[in-house]
Design a protein around this ligand. Structure first.
Ligand code: 9UX
Length: 71
């Protein structure tokens, strides 16, 4: 089963931030793929199994960005 979740990521100001956040999220166990949009501040994450929401949010915050879960 493949599912996805969407996060709002604040603090990204350049394209390198997008690459950094995609790399951070991509390393979290269970994450299948991730797309980060600089214009909308949205990160869309495909995952397998149970949602690795907390691990992703902690990793992104540790990286220096502010993150909130989207409904
Ligand atoms: Mo660009 Mo983002 O110089 O943390 S990488 S602002």
């Amino acid at each position: 089963k493949d599912s996805h979740l969407t996060l709002d990521v604040e603090g990204m100001t350049c394209a390198s931030c997008v690459s950094r956040v995609e790399k951070i999220i991509g390393k979290v166990p269970g994450v299948q793929s991730v797309q980060v949009n600089l214009a909308t501040n949205k990160a869309t994450i495909q995952f397998q199994g149970s949602a690795p929401t907390d691990a992703i949010m902690q990793a992104v915050e540790k990286g220096g960005y502010q993150v909130t879960l989207q409904e």
